[in-house]
Each structure stands twice: as C-alpha cells, then as structure tokens.
Write a protein that binds this ligand. Structure first.
Ligand SMILES: Cc1ncc(COP(=O)(O)OP(=O)(O)O)c(N)n1
Ligand SMILES: Cc1nc(C(=O)O)sc1CCOP(=O)(O)O
Ligand SMILES: [Mg+2]
Length: 218
C-alpha cells in the first residue's frame, strides 16, 4: 500500500530545481529562484558547491534569503549535504549522498523532515529505505558538467532496474536532464527530474522551468 506521505513526496518531485551561487552565471540566486518558481518548479534544493562557492556566514545568509523566497511561495526548501545548516534554518529537508553523513543519522537528528538519499545500486537503495529515506536521487542519468565527482552515466535503465526490483519509493532522476529528455526519465519510472543547469543557466529561467512542467505532462 502506498501511504499518504509517499503520495505527498511524489507531488513535490516533478520539477525539482537545485542551485547555488556558482550555478547562476553571476546573477543574484534570489532572482533566479524567483523566476524558476514563477515557471512552476515544485521543490528547491540549496546546493552551494563548486568553484567560488560561498562558505561560512555568506553561505548562511544566502540560504536564508533563498529560504524566505521558498516560504513566501510555499515551495519546500531542502539543504544539500549540510545537516547543521538545515537544523539552524529549520529547513524542510536534507539531501545526502553516499559520501555524506549517514542517512540513518540524519533521520534521527532531523525527524519528520524530508530526507532524500542518492543511491547507485539496489543495495544502497535498500539501506536508504531502511534508514527512512523519503525519496531516492538516481544519476547521473545523462552526462553532466555540474558535478565534478559524478559517477559513470547510468542512463534511464537504472530507474527501470530499481522499479523492476520492486522499489516503490519516490524516485527523482538527476544529471544532464533537459526538457527534451525529461519525458524519457519519467517514462522509465521516475516521479520527477532534478535539474541544475538547464534551468539556472537558461537565458529565460521562467520559460525553462515551464518547459519541464510540460515535459512531465503536469
Ligand atoms: C535530488 C538529488 N539527487 C542526487 C544528488 C547528488 O547528491 P550527492 O551524491 O551527495 O552529490 P552532491 O550533490 O552533494 O555533490 C543531489 N544533490 N540531489
Ligand atoms: C548534483 C548532481 N548529482 C548527480 C548525481 O548523479 O547524483 S548529477 C548532478 C548534477 C546535475 O546538474 P545538471 O542538471 O546541470 O546536469
Ligand atoms: Mg552530497
């Protein structure tokens, strides 16, 4: 039986926008986020990572500004990697990968919040489910230039494989996803797509976000 929480999480995943200041081509990330929300994104993850990423107080200040925009627009605000920041801001959730704080510890310290976990194998997925993950991030589905330490390209087959193994937890595909290939990701069994560059680097952020909604038939 699929429970109410699972259904609620699925509703959040269709267009999951991820971004931090290094992804915004020198633009104010607040403006980029506002335009993406105008275009219909359904969930936001603050991922302040990569070249010239902010640290310390500057990172916290940016997170607060982005969280405020999310709150004003009823878009849940997820923090990437940084549980301490998520607790400090009382964020709506955290996303962790296999090299981050263990998902089970995040679940203990940040109970009742949204917990996303990146997995690449059925074994990792089984552990994430045991740890209390709300959704799985699977990728990179296609080649990406937004993550230096990305694993090998997995293709949409990884999503089909997870579904064939009976994994019913909500899944979001990530890595190199564009409005042209998003439909294939959904058809493979994902509940949504997680996107950095195809939205954040677009000359028209609002239209870019809208094009993903159309691709997902939302
Ligand atoms: C939705 C979503 N899926 C996967 C990731 C990647 O997480 P991780 O492997 O921990 O890599 P970093 O993003 O921390 O570099 C994600 N952030 N979000
Ligand atoms: C943050 C991230 N995680 C990945 C994974 O494979 O887990 S790929 C990726 C980068 C996604 O950015 P873009 O949409 O620009 O390709
Ligand atoms: Mg991580």
């Amino acid at each position: 039986m699929i429970d109410k929480r699972t259904e609620q999480i699925k509703e959040l995943l269709p267009v999951y926008f991820i971004m931090g200041s290094p992804n915004c081509n020198g633009r104010d990330p607040v403006n980029v986020l506002e335009e993406a929300i105008e275009g219909g994104i359904t969930l936001f993850q603050f991922r302040e990572k990569g070249e010239k990423a902010l640290t310390g107080n500057e990172k916290v200040r940016l997170a607060e500004r982005l969280q405020r925009v999310c709150q004003e627009n009823h878009i849940p605000f997820i923090v990437n990697d940084d549980l301490d920041l998520a607790i400090e801001l009382d964020a709506d959730g955290v996303h962790v990968g296999q090299d981050d704080l263990e998902a089970g510890i995040v679940r203990e310290k940040f109970s009742n919040k949204i917990l996303g976990v990146s997995t690449h194998t059925i074994e990792e997925a089984a552990q994430a489910i045991k740890d209390g993950a709300d959704y799985l991030g699977l990728g990179p589905i296609y080649p990406t230039s937004s993550k230096d330490d990305a694993e090998e390209v997995a293709g949409t087959e990884i999503i089909e494989r997870f579904r064939d193994h009976g994994i019913t937890l909500p899944i979001v595909g990530i890595g190199g996803i564009t409005s042209e290939n998003a439909e294939q990701v959904i058809q493979a069994g994902a509940d949504g797509v997680a996107v950095i560059s195809a939205i954040a680097s677009s000359p028209n952020v609002e239209e870019a976000a809208k094009s993903f909604l159309r691709a997902n038939n939302k």
